[in-house]
Design a protein around this ligand. Structure first.
Ligand code: NI
Length: 206
């Protein structure tokens, strides 16, 4: 055996070993990576789905009413002292900037306080904001099911004297035309960035 041939065998052996090592690392690590990706993808894919509620005009309103259209949705309640009115005010401003483009993107405000937020109460409350915003309420069970559909959190908090407030997920969900979760709207972002996000959702800008 020549020195060159021995070197070749040694080199191929090294490559072979590297391959085996790579395969071991791959089989050892990739399942972990896949599991992480699956978990992330699954939790995002689990946001959204069917819901059945009543609008502030007293009419039934379900996921079928936004089918094939991108939409924005957030949970709140009309007695909310701070976050909800601020969010509604900001959304109204964005919708006014988008003008008629916003007609193609329903904005849904789902109450987590159906005991107090009747359709009439929602209608009265929403009269201070963009008239295109749809208020939604339902039976406590329908509301609870809807929060689960969107993986949202809410909790009744006793504040004494028989009064209560609600803790709730404050995120504005941006849902694609296919009914899938796309992103949340970040109220701390510049308005132009938020407009850009909504235009991308509407497919009118890249
Ligand atoms: Ni609120």
């Amino acid at each position: 055996m020549t020195g060159l041939r021995m070197l070749r065998i040694a080199l191929w052996g090294a490559i072979g070993l590297t391959g085996v090592a790579f395969a071991l690392v791959s089989t050892g690590l990739l399942p972990k990576l896949d599991a992480t990706l699956d978990a992330t993808t699954a939790s995002v894919n689990e946001i959204g789905g069917s819901f059945r509620l009543t609008s502030h005009t007293g009419k039934p309103f379900s996921d079928a009413d936004v089918k094939g259209r991108p939409f924005a949705l957030f949970f709140g309640f009309t007695s909310c002292p701070d976050v909800c009115p601020t969010t509604l005010y900001q959304l109204s401003a964005l919708m006014q900037k988008l003008e008629q483009e916003a007609d193609r993107m329903p904005v849904l405000f789902v109450t987590v306080d159906p005991e107090r937020d009747t359709p009439e109460q929602l209608a009265s409350y929403l009269s201070s904001f963009d008239p295109r915003i749809v208020g939604l309420t339902g039976t406590p069970s329908e509301v609870n099911t809807t929060t689960k559909t969107f993986r949202a959190y809410y909790r009744k908090v006793d504040i004494g004297d028989g009064d209560y407030t609600m803790d709730h997920t404050a995120a504005v969900y941006l849902m694609g035309a296919d009914g899938r979760f796309v992103a949340t709207l970040d109220p701390h972002e510049a308005e132009s960035a938020q407009i850009g996000k909504l235009r991308r959702l509407l497919g009118t800008s890249l």
